[in-house]
Write a new protein. Structure first.
Length: 146
């Protein structure tokens, strides 16, 4: 398991307003929409090192999400401005990304989560046991993390 030094930590933050169409009958964000909010922040993170989903496919790899964990702390409500931060925590054998959703005004912690993605060869559909060299190139790291 790899952890980037704090000075090199890769994070992206988006700010969004909770739309009405994301609410459930109780008037709070439906639990399934949190995955969408994570995805938006994850794309911002992947774009930072020029390896978003279109670049992944061109490089010959798919990166399906194989694990999703969400810890709901406080509900998100209509028209609330929230900040969604995605932070890359692991990359050698998989992409592990942590998420934190906070209230944009107060900074109160609302939700946290994590996704895990693995590299899959697009041609053979076989899972890779190590992240492909292109990921290390985009992160400007050697495969050993240096």
């Amino acid at each position: 398991m790899s952890a980037l030094p704090a000075i090199e930590q890769r994070s992206a933050r988006i700010v969004m307003t909770v739309p009405f169409h994301d609410l459930d009958p109780a008037g709070i964000v439906w639990h399934g929409n949190y995955a969408k909010y994570f995805e938006i922040a994850r794309c911002a993170l992947l774009t930072q090192f020029n390896y978003n989903y279109d670049e992944m496919l061109v490089s010959g790899f798919l990166w399906p999400v194989i694990d999703l964990h969400v810890r709901y702390i406080k509900p998100l409500i209509f028209n609330q401005q929230v900040s969604v931060q995605a932070t890359l925590r692991e990359w050698e054998y998989r992409l592990a990304i942590d998420y934190l959703i906070t209230d944009a005004a107060s900074g109160a912690r609302l939700t946290k989560g994590r996704t895990v993605q693995v590299a899959v060869n697009a041609a053979t559909r076989e899972m890779c046991l190590m992240s492909p060299p292109v990921l290390f190139e985009r992160l400007k790291l050697a495969p050993d993390g240096n």
